[in-house]
Design a protein around this ligand. Structure first.
Ligand code: ASP
Length: 331
């Protein structure tokens, strides 16, 4: 039987990193072909091809580049790939996963993975993660699940996954919902069925700017007051608790929300914003009255990506719908 076609791209990150000079620190230098050579087992699993689309630390990825990667992935599916796997840095993997998921219109899976240990480090996890990601990428049960992140034997849904540890091997978790599945004894096991997804059209513009601010104790309002003057097109605030802001911040929200979309998320790391619990000035009921939207379970960083994409395809008017029913979010 012919093996399924699997298209792999590498963008950089720790999975592609090694030290060039002793003591110089690790940098992305390992290309996709070398990554692929580290998983000879793949030969019996898929007919895999690989492209090196970047050698970047994930901190230097940007939306325009990701759109070009998406274009490549779409083409690969059109050419008959059963799935696509992308390796990249883990630092903002939770954001790129959401970005791709909002735009991924295929039944075929798009799987993201990376590594917490460099290619040359003892116990490097890159090859194992890549092999697991490929198993997920060709599994029939992965279809219609949108974009998923495979790390350390776990499969996480793009809209829920977060990097919750900076350097541990077990760096990713999906607060509120847990992993969607596991890779065990070389097989892919899902723990729940796929959820319905809402896919956005491609943005027609990319120059829009969406700011992300975080509420913190006794914070001044300098940045907030200048958001409009600075030319931002949207604002997300990682608020306290269930989506709360200091009174001084709340008093500036009306004027901002009259001009640009304002989304309040929780900075907590898990849980949802409220809608009808707290009545104090700066509480969620007050902020809703002032024209802000509540992000629900969506984390602030993913909410910023959603808002950027919605503005990019002139759908900011539908923000509430996407926040209440985020694409692929399994609550
Ligand atoms: N520490 C990161 C990683 O795990 C570096 C990056 O995101 O590029 O890949």
């Amino acid at each position: 039987m012919a093996l399924p076609k699997l298209s792999i791209a590498s963008l950089g990150g720790t999975v592609s990193m090694q030290a060039r000079t002793p003591g110089g620190g690790i940098i992305p230098t390992v290309n996709g072909a070398t990554l692929l050579a580290s998983v000879p087992e793949l030969r019996t699993l898929a007919n895999a091809t690989v492209e090196t689309l970047g050698l970047l630390p994930s901190a230097s990825l940007d939306f325009e580049f990701l759109l070009s990667v998406l274009c490549w992935a779409n083409y690969e599916i059109e050419q008959g790939a059963a799935g696509v796997v992308i390796t990249q840095g883990t630092d903002n993997l939770e954001e790129t996963a959401a970005f791709f998921d909002f735009l991924w219109s295929h039944d075929e899976p798009l799987v993201l993975t990376g590594a917490m240990r460099a290619a040359t480090q003892a116990g490097a996890d890159g090859p194992g993660n890549l092999l697991d990601a490929c198993r997920v990428g060709v599994a029939e049960a992965s279809r219609r699940r949108g974009v998923q992140v495979v790390m350390n034997g776990q499969i996480h849904p793009a809209q829920a996954v977060r990097k919750t540890d900076s350097m541990a091997l077990q760096a990713f978790s999906s607060p509120n919902v847990g992993p969607a599945g596991l890779v065990l004894e070389e097989a892919v096991h899902y723990l729940r069925p796929p959820s319905p997804r809402n896919v956005l059209p491609l943005p027609q513009q990319t120059a829009q700017k969406v700011a992300l601010l975080q509420a913190s104790l006794s914070a001044d309002t300098l940045l907030l007051e200048n958001i409009l003057r600075l030319g931002y097109d949207g604002l997300v605030i990682a608020g306290f608790g269930a989506g709360h802001l200091p009174e001084t911040w709340a008093n500036t929200i009306d004027a901002i929300a009259r001009r640009i979309p304002v989304v309040i998320a929780t900075r907590c790391g898990s849980g949802s914003t409220a809608r009808a619990t707290y009545g104090f000035v700066g509480g969620e009921m007050d902020l809703l009255r002032r024209g802000a939207s509540m992000a629900g379970f969506m984390c602030p960083r993913k909410a910023r990506i959603l808002l950027w994409l919605l503005i990019g395809c002139q759908r900011q008017g539908q923000l509430a719908r996407y926040l209440n029913e985020p694409a692929g979010f399994e609550a």
